[in-house]
Design a protein around this ligand. Structure first.
Ligand code: F6R
Ligand code: ZN
Length: 186
């Protein structure tokens, strides 16, 4: 039997649609305690969009399954800090993930459990393997939408609490109009 899937992924724009697809939006009001300048964040319109995630769920959060998603981080800053995702470790720490750049310019911040950090440049066509035990956060350093694809084990889960509590060891700030990696610890 031959059937057409009604789920579509338009790879060039990162547009995901059809059955099993859902979207969630993170606005300024959801991101208390994430940015360096909390005072600047609290003065902004809490409804302002920072990023959205569109994902395809074919199997639920079962072991052995996969999720597929597209993250779109809006251009913007809170104080001097570029718009970014909350960032997380996977709850099952050994679960890895692929990201790939679709549109826009940004950085992928990576941090291991001993808080060793590094950043990879994200641009259309860049491929990023995020190994297990590694927290990850996307930062939009450009003037247009940063669009990034992702595929990860569906039982990975998200541990946001450790990042909410301890942050990343690196921040990305606009210094004289250029993105700069600034150590956040010590
Ligand atoms: C899934 C994953 C991405 C992120 C998305 C939003 O494991 O890494 O789909 O969930 O980029 O970022 P967070 O989840 O940190 O708000
Ligand atoms: Zn992840």
């Amino acid at each position: 039997m031959l059937v057409n899937s009604n789920t579509r992924f338009e790879a060039a724009e990162g547009k995901l649609s059809g059955s099993g697809v859902s979207a969630s939006l993170r606005v300024v009001g959801d991101l208390a305690g994430i940015f360096l300048d909390e005072e600047a964040r609290s003065r902004r319109d809490p409804r302002e969009a920072v990023y959205e995630v569109v994902m395809h769920d074919a199997c639920g959060a079962a072991e052995g399954g996969l999720f597929f998603g597209v993250s779109r981080v809006y251009p913007g800053k809170i104080g001097a800090e570029y718009f970014m995702t909350k960032g997380h470790f996977h709850s099952k720490r050994n679960r890895a993930e692929y990201y790939w750049g679709i549109a826009g310019e940004g950085l992928l911040l990576l941090m291991d459990e001993s808080r060793q950090c590094r950043a990879e440049r994200v641009s259309p066509g860049s491929l990023h393997f995020i190994s297990g035990y590694t927290a990850h956060r996307l930062v939009n350093t450009g003037r247009s939408m940063l669009v990034v694809g992702a595929c990860w084990p569906s039982d990975a889960g998200h541990d946001y609490d450790s990042i909410q509590r301890d942050g990343f060891g690196l921040r990305v700030l606009d210094v004289d109009g250029q993105p700069q990696l600034v150590p956040a610890d010590g």
